[in-house]
Design a protein around this ligand. Structure first.
Ligand code: ZN
Length: 156
């Protein structure tokens, strides 16, 4: 089960998985490789982003290229050796630290517009790791897949 990073259906999807293939060529990608969630009001400040699933936080990056301030969350194994992995990007502030375990729904960051971004939003990319390897890594989007139909809206 993968939760929407924003609860209470308080979001607008501003970019979908297959969008803008030409733009993402510069990153070596086939298309936009995730879902962009923007707050209900354009450039709304202080919106809290929540963990879509449980896992350890890693690869914190406070740089200003591409994803900007972002985190990866990798779950404990489920269904054998599979792990869920999410990247959440363009934060204004990261609320968690390297190696921290977060439960599904925990606050992990404040939405921002760092990196390659033109307005406040959160990019959520999702892929599966199996026995330490990215599943379908050669899919043109580094294994990130279209999960929009599986995302669960929830209420806080
Ligand atoms: Zn995006």
């Amino acid at each position: 089960m993968i939760l929407c990073p924003l609860p209470n259906k308080a979001y607008r999807i501003t970019q979908r998985y297959y969008d803008r293939p030409n733009y993402y060529k510069k990153y070596g990608l086939k298309s936009h490789a995730g879902i962009d969630y923007a707050p209900p009001s354009v450039n709304q400040k202080g919106v809290v982003v929540h963990a879509p699933h449980d896992g350890y936080v890693h690869s914190l990056d406070f740089g200003d290229k591409g994803f900007g301030k972002h985190i990866y969350i990798t779950s404990l194994p489920y269904a054998g050796d599979k792990c869920r992995q999410s990247v959440l990007a363009h934060f204004q502030a990261v609320l968690v630290s390297e190696g921290q375990f977060v439960a599904q729904g925990d606050p992990v960051g404040i939405m921002g517009t760092t990196g390659d971004s033109t307005a406040v939003h959160c990019h959520h990319g999702y892929r599966t790791i199996d026995k330490g390897k990215i599943v379908e890594e050669d899919n043109g989007n580094n294994g990130f897949t279209d999960i929009e139909r599986f995302i669960l809206d929830w209420y806080l």
